[in-house]
Design a protein around this ligand. Structure first.
Ligand code: GDP
Length: 528
Protein backbone atom coordinates (compact mmCIF):
# COMPACT_ATOMS: atom_id res chain seq x y z
CA UNK A 1 0.00 0.00 0.00
CA UNK A 2 1.37 3.35 -0.97
CA UNK A 3 2.18 5.57 1.94
CA UNK A 4 -0.26 8.21 0.74
CA UNK A 5 -3.15 5.73 0.91
CA UNK A 6 -2.20 4.72 4.44
CA UNK A 7 -2.04 8.37 5.49
CA UNK A 8 -5.37 9.02 3.87
CA UNK A 9 -7.00 6.16 5.79
CA UNK A 10 -5.53 7.36 9.07
CA UNK A 11 -6.38 11.01 8.52
CA UNK A 12 -10.04 10.35 7.97
CA UNK A 13 -10.49 8.46 11.23
CA UNK A 14 -11.73 9.83 14.56
CA UNK A 15 -11.91 7.65 17.65
CA UNK A 16 -13.83 8.94 20.66
CA UNK A 17 -15.84 7.98 23.73
CA UNK A 18 -18.69 9.69 25.54
CA UNK A 19 -18.26 10.72 29.15
CA UNK A 20 -21.28 11.73 31.19
CA UNK A 21 -23.17 11.28 34.41
CA UNK A 22 -25.86 8.55 34.24
CA UNK A 23 -29.09 9.86 32.68
CA UNK A 24 -27.47 12.85 31.00
CA UNK A 25 -28.29 11.28 27.63
CA UNK A 26 -25.31 9.20 26.52
CA UNK A 27 -27.46 6.37 25.15
CA UNK A 28 -29.78 8.76 23.35
CA UNK A 29 -27.00 10.71 21.72
CA UNK A 30 -25.32 7.46 20.69
CA UNK A 31 -28.50 6.46 18.89
CA UNK A 32 -28.68 9.76 17.05
CA UNK A 33 -25.03 9.72 16.11
CA UNK A 34 -25.54 6.29 14.59
CA UNK A 35 -28.60 7.56 12.77
CA UNK A 36 -26.37 10.11 11.03
CA UNK A 37 -23.89 7.34 10.31
CA UNK A 38 -26.65 5.45 8.50
CA UNK A 39 -26.11 2.56 10.84
CA UNK A 40 -29.83 2.43 11.42
CA UNK A 41 -29.99 -1.21 12.33
CA UNK A 42 -27.58 -0.54 15.17
CA UNK A 43 -29.35 2.60 16.28
CA UNK A 44 -32.39 0.57 17.22
CA UNK A 45 -30.47 -1.77 19.47
CA UNK A 46 -28.29 0.43 21.60
CA UNK A 47 -28.36 -0.94 25.12
CA UNK A 48 -32.01 -1.89 25.57
CA UNK A 49 -32.22 0.17 28.72
CA UNK A 50 -35.69 0.27 30.18
CA UNK A 51 -37.13 1.99 33.21
CA UNK A 52 -34.89 0.47 35.89
CA UNK A 53 -31.65 2.41 35.78
CA UNK A 54 -29.89 0.07 38.19
CA UNK A 55 -26.71 -1.25 36.69
CA UNK A 56 -27.40 -4.72 38.00
CA UNK A 57 -30.41 -5.02 35.75
CA UNK A 58 -28.29 -3.57 33.00
CA UNK A 59 -25.83 -6.34 33.52
CA UNK A 60 -28.51 -9.05 33.54
CA UNK A 61 -29.86 -7.45 30.41
CA UNK A 62 -26.39 -7.56 28.96
CA UNK A 63 -26.13 -11.19 29.94
CA UNK A 64 -29.33 -11.98 28.10
CA UNK A 65 -28.46 -9.96 25.07
CA UNK A 66 -24.79 -10.48 24.75
CA UNK A 67 -24.91 -10.05 21.01
CA UNK A 68 -26.03 -6.51 21.57
CA UNK A 69 -23.41 -5.65 24.12
CA UNK A 70 -20.82 -6.57 21.50
CA UNK A 71 -22.11 -4.07 19.03
CA UNK A 72 -22.47 -1.35 21.60
CA UNK A 73 -18.90 -1.73 22.87
CA UNK A 74 -17.43 -0.37 19.67
CA UNK A 75 -19.30 1.27 16.86
CA UNK A 76 -17.92 2.46 13.56
CA UNK A 77 -19.79 4.68 11.17
CA UNK A 78 -19.09 7.05 8.29
CA UNK A 79 -19.79 10.76 8.67
CA UNK A 80 -18.92 13.60 6.29
CA UNK A 81 -16.06 11.82 4.48
CA UNK A 82 -14.69 10.53 7.76
CA UNK A 83 -14.83 7.22 9.60
CA UNK A 84 -15.80 7.59 13.22
CA UNK A 85 -15.16 5.00 15.93
CA UNK A 86 -17.27 5.42 19.05
CA UNK A 87 -16.29 3.37 22.09
CA UNK A 88 -18.92 2.72 24.70
CA UNK A 89 -18.08 2.90 28.37
CA UNK A 90 -20.07 1.21 31.13
CA UNK A 91 -22.46 3.61 32.80
CA UNK A 92 -22.22 2.41 36.37
CA UNK A 93 -19.34 3.63 38.47
CA UNK A 94 -18.73 0.15 39.83
CA UNK A 95 -17.21 -0.65 36.48
CA UNK A 96 -15.09 2.47 36.36
CA UNK A 97 -11.82 0.61 35.81
CA UNK A 98 -13.15 -0.58 32.50
CA UNK A 99 -14.07 2.98 31.65
CA UNK A 100 -10.64 4.32 32.55
CA UNK A 101 -8.96 1.82 30.31
CA UNK A 102 -11.35 2.49 27.45
CA UNK A 103 -10.39 6.14 27.71
CA UNK A 104 -6.76 5.16 26.99
CA UNK A 105 -7.94 3.85 23.62
CA UNK A 106 -9.56 7.04 22.31
CA UNK A 107 -8.15 10.30 20.97
CA UNK A 108 -10.97 12.59 22.11
CA UNK A 109 -14.08 12.58 24.27
CA UNK A 110 -17.56 13.96 24.01
CA UNK A 111 -18.80 15.24 27.36
CA UNK A 112 -22.59 15.22 27.59
CA UNK A 113 -24.10 17.42 30.28
CA UNK A 114 -27.74 17.56 31.32
CA UNK A 115 -28.33 21.29 31.00
CA UNK A 116 -30.94 21.20 33.74
CA UNK A 117 -28.47 19.70 36.19
CA UNK A 118 -25.08 21.03 35.19
CA UNK A 119 -21.80 19.36 36.11
CA UNK A 120 -22.42 16.15 38.08
CA UNK A 121 -20.14 13.84 40.12
CA UNK A 122 -19.33 11.21 37.61
CA UNK A 123 -18.45 13.75 34.97
CA UNK A 124 -15.99 15.31 37.39
CA UNK A 125 -14.33 11.93 37.98
CA UNK A 126 -14.17 11.07 34.32
CA UNK A 127 -12.68 14.46 33.49
CA UNK A 128 -9.91 13.73 35.99
CA UNK A 129 -9.10 10.63 33.98
CA UNK A 130 -9.07 12.41 30.64
CA UNK A 131 -6.65 14.91 32.19
CA UNK A 132 -4.04 12.19 32.61
CA UNK A 133 -3.55 12.28 28.86
CA UNK A 134 -4.91 15.77 28.18
CA UNK A 135 -7.55 14.26 25.93
CA UNK A 136 -9.37 16.91 23.89
CA UNK A 137 -12.99 17.35 25.05
CA UNK A 138 -16.05 18.41 23.07
CA UNK A 139 -19.07 19.42 25.15
CA UNK A 140 -22.75 18.88 24.38
CA UNK A 141 -25.28 20.64 26.62
CA UNK A 142 -28.29 18.37 26.37
CA UNK A 143 -32.04 18.55 27.00
CA UNK A 144 -32.64 22.12 25.87
CA UNK A 145 -36.22 21.04 25.12
CA UNK A 146 -36.67 21.15 28.90
CA UNK A 147 -36.32 24.01 31.30
CA UNK A 148 -32.62 24.20 31.86
CA UNK A 149 -30.24 26.36 33.79
CA UNK A 150 -29.01 29.62 32.37
CA UNK A 151 -26.50 28.82 29.60
CA UNK A 152 -23.94 31.33 30.85
CA UNK A 153 -24.11 29.80 34.33
CA UNK A 154 -23.54 26.39 32.80
CA UNK A 155 -20.40 27.54 31.05
CA UNK A 156 -19.17 29.19 34.26
CA UNK A 157 -19.73 26.00 36.16
CA UNK A 158 -17.82 23.91 33.60
CA UNK A 159 -14.92 26.38 33.77
CA UNK A 160 -14.89 26.52 37.59
CA UNK A 161 -15.48 22.91 38.43
CA UNK A 162 -13.82 21.14 35.53
CA UNK A 163 -11.05 23.68 35.02
CA UNK A 164 -11.41 23.86 31.28
CA UNK A 165 -12.13 26.95 29.20
CA UNK A 166 -15.40 27.02 27.27
CA UNK A 167 -15.79 28.24 23.72
CA UNK A 168 -19.46 28.18 22.75
CA UNK A 169 -19.83 27.21 19.10
CA UNK A 170 -23.61 27.32 19.12
CA UNK A 171 -25.90 29.34 21.37
CA UNK A 172 -29.42 28.32 22.38
CA UNK A 173 -32.47 30.47 21.74
CA UNK A 174 -35.04 29.93 24.46
CA UNK A 175 -35.50 26.65 26.28
CA UNK A 176 -38.16 24.10 27.20
CA UNK A 177 -41.45 24.75 25.43
CA UNK A 178 -39.95 27.97 24.09
CA UNK A 179 -36.85 26.37 22.61
CA UNK A 180 -36.51 28.01 19.20
CA UNK A 181 -33.20 26.68 17.96
CA UNK A 182 -29.51 27.50 18.08
CA UNK A 183 -27.33 30.16 16.53
CA UNK A 184 -24.02 28.89 15.12
CA UNK A 185 -21.47 31.51 16.13
CA UNK A 186 -18.79 30.49 13.63
CA UNK A 187 -21.14 30.03 10.68
CA UNK A 188 -23.28 33.05 11.55
CA UNK A 189 -26.50 31.15 10.97
CA UNK A 190 -29.52 30.12 12.98
CA UNK A 191 -31.02 26.64 12.82
CA UNK A 192 -34.67 26.51 13.83
CA UNK A 193 -35.97 23.78 16.08
CA UNK A 194 -39.10 21.74 15.49
CA UNK A 195 -40.17 19.31 18.19
CA UNK A 196 -41.15 15.70 17.65
CA UNK A 197 -38.63 14.99 14.85
CA UNK A 198 -36.03 13.17 16.91
CA UNK A 199 -36.23 9.83 15.15
CA UNK A 200 -35.31 11.31 11.77
CA UNK A 201 -32.59 13.24 10.05
CA UNK A 202 -34.41 16.52 9.56
CA UNK A 203 -34.32 19.10 6.82
CA UNK A 204 -33.99 22.00 9.18
CA UNK A 205 -34.64 25.59 8.36
CA UNK A 206 -31.46 27.63 8.47
CA UNK A 207 -31.38 31.43 8.45
CA UNK A 208 -28.12 33.02 7.38
CA UNK A 209 -26.85 36.12 9.19
CA UNK A 210 -27.66 37.42 12.63
CA UNK A 211 -29.18 40.66 11.25
CA UNK A 212 -31.37 38.94 8.72
CA UNK A 213 -35.00 40.20 9.07
CA UNK A 214 -36.16 36.64 8.34
CA UNK A 215 -34.91 35.79 11.79
CA UNK A 216 -37.20 38.38 13.38
CA UNK A 217 -40.07 37.07 11.31
CA UNK A 218 -39.36 33.52 12.41
CA UNK A 219 -38.74 33.93 16.14
CA UNK A 220 -40.09 37.40 16.98
CA UNK A 221 -38.59 39.05 20.05
CA UNK A 222 -36.18 36.21 20.55
CA UNK A 223 -34.14 37.59 17.64
CA UNK A 224 -33.29 40.84 19.42
CA UNK A 225 -32.74 39.03 22.68
CA UNK A 226 -30.28 36.75 20.89
CA UNK A 227 -28.39 39.72 19.41
CA UNK A 228 -28.01 41.28 22.84
CA UNK A 229 -27.12 38.00 24.43
CA UNK A 230 -24.38 37.35 21.90
CA UNK A 231 -22.65 40.60 22.86
CA UNK A 232 -22.60 39.36 26.41
CA UNK A 233 -21.46 35.87 25.46
CA UNK A 234 -18.60 37.23 23.37
CA UNK A 235 -17.41 39.25 26.33
CA UNK A 236 -17.81 36.49 28.89
CA UNK A 237 -16.48 33.43 27.07
CA UNK A 238 -13.53 32.30 24.98
CA UNK A 239 -13.14 32.11 21.26
CA UNK A 240 -12.51 28.70 19.82
CA UNK A 241 -8.78 27.99 19.65
CA UNK A 242 -7.80 24.73 17.96
CA UNK A 243 -4.44 24.46 19.67
CA UNK A 244 -5.90 24.95 23.14
CA UNK A 245 -8.58 22.37 22.33
CA UNK A 246 -5.99 19.82 21.23
CA UNK A 247 -4.09 20.37 24.48
CA UNK A 248 -7.24 19.70 26.50
CA UNK A 249 -7.33 23.28 27.81
CA UNK A 250 -10.44 24.48 26.00
CA UNK A 251 -13.67 22.79 25.00
CA UNK A 252 -15.99 23.77 22.16
CA UNK A 253 -19.55 23.78 23.50
CA UNK A 254 -22.68 22.83 21.57
CA UNK A 255 -26.29 23.11 22.71
CA UNK A 256 -29.22 20.96 21.70
CA UNK A 257 -31.43 18.05 22.50
CA UNK A 258 -30.37 14.51 21.85
CA UNK A 259 -33.94 13.29 22.14
CA UNK A 260 -35.04 15.79 19.49
CA UNK A 261 -31.94 14.99 17.41
CA UNK A 262 -31.19 18.68 17.33
CA UNK A 263 -27.66 20.08 17.51
CA UNK A 264 -26.12 16.61 17.32
CA UNK A 265 -25.02 17.26 13.73
CA UNK A 266 -23.30 20.52 14.74
CA UNK A 267 -21.38 18.56 17.32
CA UNK A 268 -20.43 15.84 14.81
CA UNK A 269 -19.27 18.48 12.32
CA UNK A 270 -17.01 19.85 15.04
CA UNK A 271 -15.76 16.40 15.91
CA UNK A 272 -14.65 15.45 12.41
CA UNK A 273 -13.24 18.92 11.75
CA UNK A 274 -11.29 19.50 14.97
CA UNK A 275 -10.86 16.31 16.97
CA UNK A 276 -7.45 14.76 16.47
CA UNK A 277 -6.89 12.03 13.93
CA UNK A 278 -5.51 8.80 15.45
CA UNK A 279 -2.62 9.60 17.74
CA UNK A 280 0.47 7.52 18.46
CA UNK A 281 1.26 6.14 21.90
CA UNK A 282 4.25 6.02 24.25
CA UNK A 283 6.09 2.74 24.84
CA UNK A 284 8.43 1.33 27.46
CA UNK A 285 11.50 1.25 25.20
CA UNK A 286 11.09 3.16 21.97
CA UNK A 287 10.22 6.79 22.41
CA UNK A 288 6.85 6.99 20.77
CA UNK A 289 5.07 5.13 18.00
CA UNK A 290 3.28 7.57 15.67
CA UNK A 291 0.11 6.41 13.96
CA UNK A 292 1.75 6.97 10.59
CA UNK A 293 4.60 4.53 11.11
CA UNK A 294 4.22 1.78 8.56
CA UNK A 295 4.29 -1.33 10.70
CA UNK A 296 1.20 -2.49 12.53
CA UNK A 297 1.01 -2.02 16.29
CA UNK A 298 -1.77 -2.06 18.86
CA UNK A 299 -2.65 -2.77 22.47
CA UNK A 300 -5.42 -4.61 24.31
CA UNK A 301 -7.49 -2.32 26.53
CA UNK A 302 -10.42 -4.56 27.30
CA UNK A 303 -11.28 -8.23 27.36
CA UNK A 304 -14.82 -9.43 27.27
CA UNK A 305 -15.77 -13.01 27.91
CA UNK A 306 -18.25 -15.20 26.13
CA UNK A 307 -19.97 -12.32 24.46
CA UNK A 308 -21.87 -14.62 22.20
CA UNK A 309 -23.13 -17.81 23.86
CA UNK A 310 -22.76 -19.64 20.54
CA UNK A 311 -19.07 -18.88 20.49
CA UNK A 312 -18.06 -19.22 24.16
CA UNK A 313 -14.87 -17.35 23.61
CA UNK A 314 -13.18 -14.29 24.91
CA UNK A 315 -12.57 -11.27 22.76
CA UNK A 316 -9.61 -8.98 23.32
CA UNK A 317 -10.35 -5.43 22.13
CA UNK A 318 -7.24 -4.06 20.49
CA UNK A 319 -6.74 -0.42 19.61
CA UNK A 320 -4.59 -0.15 16.50
CA UNK A 321 -1.93 2.44 17.24
CA UNK A 322 -0.07 2.43 13.94
CA UNK A 323 -0.16 1.00 10.44
CA UNK A 324 -2.67 -1.44 9.09
CA UNK A 325 -4.20 -4.79 10.03
CA UNK A 326 -4.67 -7.24 7.18
CA UNK A 327 -6.43 -10.54 7.41
CA UNK A 328 -3.97 -13.38 7.98
CA UNK A 329 -1.10 -11.15 9.02
CA UNK A 330 1.52 -12.18 11.52
CA UNK A 331 1.98 -10.07 14.61
CA UNK A 332 4.30 -10.24 17.57
CA UNK A 333 2.75 -10.77 20.98
CA UNK A 334 5.51 -8.89 22.78
CA UNK A 335 4.80 -9.98 26.37
CA UNK A 336 5.37 -13.63 25.53
CA UNK A 337 7.76 -12.95 22.65
CA UNK A 338 5.91 -15.03 20.07
CA UNK A 339 4.60 -14.40 16.60
CA UNK A 340 0.93 -15.16 16.10
CA UNK A 341 -1.01 -15.29 12.86
CA UNK A 342 -4.35 -13.49 13.06
CA UNK A 343 -6.84 -14.43 10.39
CA UNK A 344 -10.07 -13.90 12.23
CA UNK A 345 -10.05 -10.44 13.80
CA UNK A 346 -13.51 -9.04 14.28
CA UNK A 347 -15.04 -5.72 13.55
CA UNK A 348 -18.26 -4.58 15.14
CA UNK A 349 -20.19 -3.05 12.29
CA UNK A 350 -23.91 -3.09 11.78
CA UNK A 351 -25.07 -5.06 14.76
CA UNK A 352 -23.22 -8.23 13.97
CA UNK A 353 -19.78 -9.61 14.36
CA UNK A 354 -18.12 -9.57 11.01
CA UNK A 355 -14.75 -10.86 9.99
CA UNK A 356 -12.44 -8.10 9.09
CA UNK A 357 -10.30 -7.78 5.96
CA UNK A 358 -8.38 -4.69 6.98
CA UNK A 359 -8.29 -2.00 9.61
CA UNK A 360 -6.14 1.04 10.30
CA UNK A 361 -4.65 3.09 13.11
CA UNK A 362 -7.49 4.42 15.22
CA UNK A 363 -9.70 1.39 14.64
CA UNK A 364 -10.58 -1.23 17.23
CA UNK A 365 -10.34 -4.87 16.27
CA UNK A 366 -11.52 -7.87 18.25
CA UNK A 367 -9.00 -10.68 18.66
CA UNK A 368 -10.08 -14.16 19.71
CA UNK A 369 -8.40 -14.86 22.97
CA UNK A 370 -7.75 -18.45 23.88
CA UNK A 371 -6.15 -17.55 27.18
CA UNK A 372 -2.91 -15.93 26.09
CA UNK A 373 -4.01 -12.31 26.07
CA UNK A 374 -4.22 -9.86 28.93
CA UNK A 375 -5.20 -6.27 29.25
CA UNK A 376 -2.22 -4.14 28.29
CA UNK A 377 -0.71 -6.68 25.88
CA UNK A 378 1.00 -5.16 22.87
CA UNK A 379 1.05 -6.53 19.33
CA UNK A 380 3.58 -5.30 16.79
CA UNK A 381 5.00 -6.05 13.40
CA UNK A 382 8.52 -6.65 14.62
CA UNK A 383 9.21 -4.24 17.47
CA UNK A 384 9.76 -5.61 20.97
CA UNK A 385 8.22 -2.78 22.96
CA UNK A 386 5.07 -2.48 25.02
CA UNK A 387 2.66 0.43 25.11
CA UNK A 388 2.45 2.10 28.49
CA UNK A 389 -0.28 3.90 30.34
CA UNK A 390 -2.96 1.24 30.72
CA UNK A 391 -3.61 1.20 34.44
CA UNK A 392 -4.83 -1.22 37.08
CA UNK A 393 -6.15 0.49 40.19
CA UNK A 394 -5.67 -0.79 43.73
CA UNK A 395 -9.02 -2.20 44.79
CA UNK A 396 -10.83 -0.64 47.72
CA UNK A 397 -13.18 -3.49 48.61
CA UNK A 398 -12.14 -6.99 49.59
CA UNK A 399 -13.79 -10.30 50.32
CA UNK A 400 -12.55 -13.81 50.86
CA UNK A 401 -14.08 -16.16 48.33
CA UNK A 402 -14.97 -19.73 49.33
CA UNK A 403 -16.31 -22.74 47.49
CA UNK A 404 -19.46 -24.53 48.39
CA UNK A 405 -17.90 -27.64 46.84
CA UNK A 406 -14.26 -27.88 48.00
CA UNK A 407 -13.31 -30.18 45.13
CA UNK A 408 -13.54 -27.35 42.61
CA UNK A 409 -10.56 -25.38 43.95
CA UNK A 410 -8.64 -25.62 40.68
CA UNK A 411 -11.56 -24.37 38.62
CA UNK A 412 -12.15 -21.54 41.04
CA UNK A 413 -8.56 -20.39 40.73
CA UNK A 414 -8.63 -20.69 36.95
CA UNK A 415 -11.87 -18.72 36.77
CA UNK A 416 -10.62 -16.00 39.08
CA UNK A 417 -7.33 -15.63 37.23
CA UNK A 418 -9.12 -15.37 33.90
CA UNK A 419 -11.59 -12.87 35.28
CA UNK A 420 -8.72 -10.84 36.67
CA UNK A 421 -6.95 -10.87 33.30
CA UNK A 422 -10.12 -9.45 31.86
CA UNK A 423 -10.05 -6.71 34.46
CA UNK A 424 -13.45 -7.84 35.82
CA UNK A 425 -12.00 -8.17 39.31
CA UNK A 426 -8.65 -8.61 41.03
CA UNK A 427 -7.53 -11.72 42.83
CA UNK A 428 -4.90 -12.08 45.54
CA UNK A 429 -3.28 -15.23 46.87
CA UNK A 430 -1.69 -14.72 50.30
CA UNK A 431 1.84 -16.07 50.75
CA UNK A 432 1.01 -17.81 54.00
CA UNK A 433 -2.23 -19.69 53.30
CA UNK A 434 -4.51 -20.95 50.55
CA UNK A 435 -7.13 -18.24 50.86
CA UNK A 436 -8.32 -16.46 47.76
CA UNK A 437 -9.07 -12.79 48.22
CA UNK A 438 -11.14 -10.92 45.69
CA UNK A 439 -10.58 -7.20 45.39
CA UNK A 440 -12.91 -4.82 43.59
CA UNK A 441 -13.24 -1.13 42.90
CA UNK A 442 -17.06 -1.26 42.97
CA UNK A 443 -19.50 -3.47 44.91
CA UNK A 444 -21.33 -4.81 41.88
CA UNK A 445 -18.16 -6.45 40.62
CA UNK A 446 -18.50 -9.03 43.43
CA UNK A 447 -21.96 -10.12 42.28
CA UNK A 448 -20.88 -10.28 38.68
CA UNK A 449 -17.93 -12.50 39.57
CA UNK A 450 -20.00 -15.05 41.50
CA UNK A 451 -22.61 -15.14 38.73
CA UNK A 452 -19.97 -15.60 36.07
CA UNK A 453 -18.07 -18.26 38.02
CA UNK A 454 -21.30 -20.22 38.15
CA UNK A 455 -22.32 -19.66 34.53
CA UNK A 456 -18.94 -19.97 32.85
CA UNK A 457 -16.86 -22.19 35.14
CA UNK A 458 -19.58 -24.19 36.87
CA UNK A 459 -18.23 -23.13 40.26
CA UNK A 460 -20.49 -22.35 43.18
CA UNK A 461 -18.76 -19.76 45.32
CA UNK A 462 -19.64 -17.38 48.12
CA UNK A 463 -17.99 -14.56 49.99
CA UNK A 464 -16.82 -14.12 53.56
CA UNK A 465 -15.90 -10.95 55.32
CA UNK A 466 -12.18 -10.20 55.54
CA UNK A 467 -10.33 -7.42 57.29
CA UNK A 468 -8.48 -5.65 54.54
CA UNK A 469 -8.38 -1.89 54.15
CA UNK A 470 -6.40 -1.52 50.95
CA UNK A 471 -3.80 -3.12 48.70
CA UNK A 472 -0.56 -1.77 47.27
CA UNK A 473 1.75 -3.23 44.66
CA UNK A 474 5.24 -3.60 46.07
CA UNK A 475 8.31 -2.64 44.05
CA UNK A 476 11.94 -1.92 44.80
CA UNK A 477 15.49 -3.20 45.02
CA UNK A 478 15.15 -7.03 45.10
CA UNK A 479 17.23 -7.27 48.32
CA UNK A 480 15.01 -4.81 50.12
CA UNK A 481 11.90 -6.48 48.78
CA UNK A 482 13.22 -9.85 50.07
CA UNK A 483 13.82 -8.41 53.48
CA UNK A 484 10.37 -6.83 53.52
CA UNK A 485 8.83 -10.11 52.34
CA UNK A 486 10.34 -12.00 55.30
CA UNK A 487 9.15 -9.39 57.80
CA UNK A 488 5.67 -8.78 56.41
CA UNK A 489 4.90 -12.21 55.02
CA UNK A 490 1.52 -12.43 56.75
CA UNK A 491 0.32 -9.36 54.84
CA UNK A 492 1.68 -10.18 51.41
CA UNK A 493 0.02 -11.84 48.46
CA UNK A 494 0.46 -12.41 44.72
CA UNK A 495 -2.07 -10.90 42.38
CA UNK A 496 -3.53 -12.61 39.29
CA UNK A 497 -0.40 -11.84 37.28
CA UNK A 498 2.02 -12.89 40.11
CA UNK A 499 2.91 -9.38 41.23
CA UNK A 500 3.78 -8.99 44.89
CA UNK A 501 1.10 -7.04 46.73
CA UNK A 502 0.85 -5.69 50.24
CA UNK A 503 -2.60 -6.38 51.70
CA UNK A 504 -3.04 -3.83 54.48
CA UNK A 505 -5.40 -4.74 57.33
CA UNK A 506 -5.71 -1.03 58.20
CA UNK A 507 -4.52 2.25 56.72
CA UNK A 508 -2.31 2.65 59.80
CA UNK A 509 -0.51 -0.58 58.92
CA UNK A 510 0.13 0.80 55.48
CA UNK A 511 1.59 4.08 56.68
CA UNK A 512 3.74 2.28 59.28
CA UNK A 513 5.16 0.00 56.60
CA UNK A 514 5.78 2.97 54.33
CA UNK A 515 7.70 4.71 57.12
CA UNK A 516 9.70 1.63 58.01
CA UNK A 517 10.58 0.76 54.42
CA UNK A 518 11.22 4.07 52.69
CA UNK A 519 13.12 2.33 49.84
CA UNK A 520 10.09 0.30 48.84
CA UNK A 521 7.38 1.65 46.59
CA UNK A 522 3.81 0.95 47.62
CA UNK A 523 1.95 1.69 44.41
CA UNK A 524 -1.78 2.36 44.19
CA UNK A 525 -1.81 1.80 40.44
CA UNK A 526 -0.02 -0.75 38.37
CA UNK A 527 0.77 -0.50 34.70
CA UNK A 528 -0.33 -3.61 32.91
P1 GDP B 1 -27.64 7.76 29.82
O1 GDP B 1 -27.89 7.15 31.16
O2 GDP B 1 -26.67 8.89 29.89
O3 GDP B 1 -27.33 6.78 28.73
O4 GDP B 1 -29.00 8.53 29.44
P2 GDP B 1 -30.17 8.15 28.42
O5 GDP B 1 -29.77 8.46 27.02
O6 GDP B 1 -30.68 6.79 28.73
O7 GDP B 1 -31.23 9.28 28.83
C1 GDP B 1 -31.78 9.34 30.13
C2 GDP B 1 -33.20 9.86 30.04
O8 GDP B 1 -33.19 11.20 29.55
C3 GDP B 1 -34.06 9.07 29.08
O9 GDP B 1 -35.36 9.00 29.60
C4 GDP B 1 -34.03 9.90 27.81
O10 GDP B 1 -35.19 9.74 27.01
C5 GDP B 1 -33.97 11.29 28.38
N1 GDP B 1 -33.34 12.23 27.45
C6 GDP B 1 -32.16 12.10 26.79
N2 GDP B 1 -31.92 13.18 26.02
C7 GDP B 1 -32.96 14.02 26.21
C8 GDP B 1 -33.30 15.30 25.68
O11 GDP B 1 -32.59 15.91 24.88
N3 GDP B 1 -34.47 15.85 26.13
C9 GDP B 1 -35.30 15.22 27.01
N4 GDP B 1 -36.41 15.84 27.36
N5 GDP B 1 -35.00 14.02 27.51
C10 GDP B 1 -33.86 13.41 27.12
Amino acid sequence: MANADLLNEINKRRTFAIISHPDAGKTTITEKVLLFGNALQVAGTVKGKKSGQHAKSDWMEMEKERGISVTTSVMQFPYADHLVNLLDTPGHEDFSEDTYRTLTAVDSCLMVIDAAKGVEDRTIKLMEVTRLRDTPIITFMNKLDRDTRDPIDLLDEVEDVLKIKCAPITWPIGMGKEFKGVYHILRDETTLYKSGQGHTIQQKRVIKGIDNPELDAAIGNYADELREMLELVRGASHEFDLEAFLKGELTPVFFGTALGNFGVDHMLDGLVQWAPKPQGRATDTEDFVPAESKGFSGFVFKIQANMDPKHRDRIAFCRIVSGKYEKGMKMRHTRIGKDVRISDALTFLAGDRALLEEAYAGDIIGLHNHGSMRIGDTFTQGGDYRFTGIPNFAPELFKRIRLRDPLKQKQLLKGLIQLSEEGAVQVFRPLINNDLIVGAVGVLQFDVVVARLKAEYNVDAMYEHINVATARWVYGDPRKVDEFTRKAEQNLAYDGADNLTYIAPTMVNLSLSQERYPDITFAATREQ
